[in-house]
Design a protein around this ligand. Structure first.
Ligand code: C5P
Length: 224
């Protein structure tokens, strides 16, 4: 086997959803299974990288040779990712909540006969990916994900530029042949250099390997 360019590199991967607590029994979550990020972590470890996997609440086994840090909320994921720096490569595959309750209620919110509704105040979470890309210890490569229902290329390229990424891997959600809960996926990978390629449809393991092939090509071409 040819030695991988990733051998010995420090790779941080975020995966899974985040849960934002409303009260002690309720939360706001999303449908991310974590499978794509776990597949990337597993494939990177197989190539000899030192992998830290920051995982939201998922029911998945830890891939062989991977250091796993479990978190629940976007704020915890932010702290765990920042604590994992410096790194050579960051892959943000987590479906981080964009909004969280301004504060979690200390006790269970009760229904009231005098009110038909409930207003929750939500606040923006911090954008972990954008902060990693703008960090004084910026990894040489920062890779984002984008789940889109429409205008996949337009929105993905917008995020690539706005968040100052090297690569973004976009998947179309709400369609056959991939997405959050599936074992299969199709990724459209857009590069800072204007490149584009399609990976899959294939199993998430194969797609993860394809993504790491692209990462290796960019690594070889990037300054540092
Ligand atoms: O802007 P959007 O949420 O669509 O961007 C998705 C990408 O940004 C993913 O890589 C995700 O992990 C990352 N992200 C993040 N922190 C947030 C929101 C998104 O790291 N608060």
């Amino acid at each position: 086997a040819v030695a991988s360019a990733l051998a010995g590199l420090r790779v941080v991967v975020s995966a899974g959803p985040t849960y934002e607590d409303i009260d002690p029994v309720r939360f706001i979550g999303n449908r991310s299974s974590g499978k794509m990020g776990f597949a990337v972590a597993e494939a990177a470890a197989r190539r000899g990288a030192q992998v830290t996997l920051v995982a939201g609440p998922v029911a998945l086994a830890t891939p062989a040779g991977v250091r796993r840090v479990d978190v629940r909320s976007a704020a915890q994921m932010h702290a765990a990712v920042m604590a994992a720096l410096p790194a050579d490569i960051y892959v943000g595959a987590a479906a981080v909540a964009d909004f969280a309750p301004a504060q979690a209620a200390a006790s269970k919110i009760k229904k009231r006969d005098d009110r038909d509704g409930l207003v929750l105040e939500l606040v923006r979470t911090r954008d972990i990916l954008a902060e990693v890309a703008g960090h004084p210890q910026r990894p040489r490569m920062v890779v984002g994900f984008a789940a889109e229902t429409d205008n996949v290329e337009g929105y993905a390229r917008g995020k690539l530029a706005r968040k100052r990424l090297d690569l973004i891997a976009a998947n179309q959600v709400g369609r056959e042949g991939g997405g959050f809960e599936s074992d299969r996926n199709t990724l459209l990978v857009f590069g800072r250099d204007g490149s584009a390629q399609t990976l899959g449809p294939a199993g998430k393991g194969e797609v993860a390997d394809g993504l790491l092939d692209v990462v290796e090509r960019f690594w070889a071409a990037s300054p540092g």
